[in-house]
Write a protein that binds this ligand. Structure first.
Ligand code: ADP
Ligand code: MG
Length: 265
């Protein structure tokens, strides 16, 4: 059992592309032969649905991981994508904040499970849209946080709040926590405000912002209903190309090999 790299995908705003980015990055990592486990830490279960995991298959969930009722190897379900597994979630995860509030180790529940070794190279944690106990658990467990950012008026204010949380966690439970980067999502080149916010983000945050920007693209939003991330549903679409470029940049940042699986036949 090796020590996987653990990345939390977080932003307290909903609908900014956390789940979409987690799924596409996960699939691209798996295609490059990195054994990847996604953890669906959102009670809405969109990451699970987006990989075609029916609700009947969600018997062992991320709630069981947090509660210590299951180990990672038991909880991780295989998917249609080689090298990609997922720990699904169900709506009962929404009571985690209350259910685990009395536990003395309540911010380290996920860390205890993930730092126990895993037969994976990478673990990606898809966080819920809040900075509550679930996201804190993800950040306490993680090596780094990846922040999808939708370029709109309040985006940078929200980001400061998120970075403050990262700093607090670094000062307390996880001194090694880093910010992996900021990914600009759902970009619209015809929208002046969106372009201005992107320029501001790059000016303020410099190299922390990924060079690749993900455009708004209907193929990206169609893909989940087919149980596939867009990099598999329509790899040649604008969204598919952008997510592959982002994944390559991500792998380079982590010094991971970007060589893809040989296609047979
Ligand atoms: P979050 O996980 O942050 O709540 P999602 O990844 O679920 O956000 O994205 C919110 C919605 O926007 C989803 O319906 C998703 O399919 C859609 N979406 C995400 N990225 C794009 C994109 N680049 N182009 C078009 N639609 C997108
Ligand atoms: Mg989501």
């Amino acid at each position: 059992m090796s020590e996987p790299k653990i990345i939390a995908i977080a932003n307290q705003k909903g609908g900014v592309g956390k789940t979409t980015s987690t799924l596409n990055l996960g699939a691209a990592l798996a295609d490059a032969r990195h054994r990847t486990i996604l953890i669906d830490l959102d009670p809405q279960g969109n990451a699970s649905t987006g990989l075609g995991i029916d609700t009947e298959r969600r018997e062992i969930t991320s709630y069981d991981l947090l509660g210590g009722q299951a180990e990672l190897t038991q909880a991780a379900l295989s998917t249609d994508v080689d090298n990609l597994r997922i720990v699904p979630s169900t709506p009962d995860l929404s009571s985690a904040d209350i259910d685990f509030s009395r536990s003395t180790d309540r911010t380290r529940l996920l860390r205890k499970v993930l730092r126990n070794g895993a037969d994976a190279d990478i673990v990606l944690i898809d966080c819920p849209p809040a900075l509550g106990l679930l996201t804190v658990n993800a950040m306490v467990a993680a090596d780094a946080v990846l922040v999808p950012l939708q370029a709109e008026f309040y985006a940078l204010e929200g980001l400061s709040q998120l970075l403050l949380t990262v700093r607090q966690i670094r000062q307390s439970a996880n001194p090694n926590l880093r910010v992996n980067g900021v990914l600009l999502t759902m970009s619209d080149s015809r929208n002046n405000l969106s372009q201005q916010v992107e320029a501001d983000a790059r000016a303020t945050l410099g190299d922390l912002v990924y060079r690749t920007t993900i455009p708004r693209n209907v193929r990206v939003s169609e893909a989940p209903s087919h149980g596939k991330p867009v990099v598999h549903y329509d790899p040649a679409s604008k969204g598919g190309v952008a997510y592959q470029a982002f994944a390559k940049e991500f792998m380079q940042r982590l010094s991971l090999s970007t060589q893809r699986e040989a296609v047979n036949g």
